[in-house]
Design a binder for this molecule. Structure first.
Ligand SMILES: *Cc1c(COP(=O)(O)O)cnc(C)c1O
Length: 368
């Protein structure tokens, strides 16, 4: 048997008829940007996430870039100010900060959750700190009461990178509505994925929303009048229409992901494998299913030989990348350990029981 890590074709096929219908509708309408499909998706997404505003943009990285850039335009943040961010995040969170000539301050994650360690945040706060960017990494909620309290105490903006966790909950509230603003990615492999690039910002702050809408549309305040030196970062009407279809099924699909995770957690019994520590299935939408193992290369090779496709999230931490040479000598032991040991098992709403049981079986037979 072979089990692919993620079959985008199977995921699209599940809603094929409706997706084709939506795309055809846009093609036939003759209106391809900034139209009714964006409006409809933005309304539905705001309602889903629980915020006043959604602004569709070109991709998730841009969503994060525009949030910070809007705070700069509004005078809330200034160049050279600092933004706290988890050291083990995907590079995009950090790129959004440096793209704005702000300074990322990397903070270690908690080894039990892989999320930013809230006990280590306060020591990283300086006079220049203006925001904390939490990243709900791997689909798991990173927000804690303590983070909210620190933001209040030090007057910091709380920005959420919600690229991997659409539909995740914290005390009944969706991630993406917990802070001042959130960036979302609709990259095809994400829990809510488009058929190409897409992204959004959600916020309750009208001034911020207006600024972002303008920045992403050449900095225009009204047609041919330019308030900011903006850029072109819009969500296509076709992608918005596809997302409207897929949003309807997001909770159902996340539920299927949780069932896969539950089966893995109940079924995998191998003392060399560390499973994710799940305290509450509401707080996790399992964008991926991360395990940890000392002999990762050996396990990955063994799984490949048995037809199981796995991926490492991620092989090299941001502070060890060539693009951030200035950090290469810094030490983040927990981040490095996660990057050395993490391996992601096949995870998606279209995995079938035979594939799940086969995966469990193969892992349980691995003795190393
Ligand atoms: C995917 C991702 C992004 C960027 O989203 P794109 O749509 O690919 O630009 C940002 N942050 C995290 C954590 C991501 O996983």
């Amino acid at each position: 048997m072979t089990v692919s890590f993620l079959s985008l074709k199977d995921i699209t096929d599940k809603y094929s008829k409706e997706i084709h219908g939506a795309v055809t509708r846009v093609i036939d309408s003759g209106w391809y940007l900034q139209g009714e499909e964006n409006k409809l998706f933005e309304t539905n997404y705001s309602q889903y996430i629980g915020t006043q505003y959604t602004i569709g943009v070109a991709n998730g990285l841009d969503a994060l870039i525009w949030i910070l850039r809007a705070y700069i335009e509004l005078g809330v943040i200034s160049p050279d100010d600092e933004v706290i961010v988890p050291a083990n995040t995907y590079i995009a969170s950090i790129l959004a900060i440096t793209e704005n000539r702000l300074v990322p301050i990397l903070v270690e994650p908690d080894i039990n959750t892989y999320q930013i360690d809230d006990a280590k945040i306060e020591a990283a706060i300086t006079k220049r700190t203006k925001a904390i960017m939490i990243v709900h990494l791997y689909g798991r909620c990173a927000y804690t009461e303590k983070i909210g309290q620190l933001c209040k105490q030090y007057n910091l903006k709380l920005i959420e990178d919600n690229a991997q966790s659409h539909g995740c909950l914290y005390n009944g509230q969706k991630t993406g509505s917990l802070g001042d603003a959130a960036g979302h990615s609709f990259y095809p492999g994400k829990n809510l994925g488009a058929l190409g690039d897409g992204g959004a910002v959600t916020t309750d702050d009208k001034e911020l929303a207006d600024t972002i809408r303008s920045l992403a549309n050449y900095g225009s305040s009204k047609k041919y009048v330019f308030k900011y030196q903006g850029s072109n970062s819009r969500l296509d009407e076709i992608q918005a229409a596809v997302l409207t279809v897929k949003l309807k099924y997001l909770d159902e699909d996340n539920k299927l992901r949780k069932e896969v995770a539950r089966k893995y957690i109940e079924g995998i019994r191998n003392s060399n494998v560390i499973l994710p520590n799940v305290f509450d299935y509401n707080n996790n939408v399992f964008h991926i299913f991360p395990i940890r193992v000392k002999k990762r290369t050996e396990l990955q090779n063994y799984l490949t030989e048995n037809g199981l496709q796995t991926i490492i999230h991620y092989p090299i931490p941001p502070h060890r990348q060539e693009c951030y040479k200035e950090w290469n000598n810094l030490s983040f032991p927990i981040t490095e350990q996660i990057h050395d040991e993490e391996l992601s098992l096949p995870m998606s709403p279209v995995l079938i029981d035979d594939q799940i049981h086969y995966t469990i079986d193969v892992i349980n037979k691995w003795n190393n």
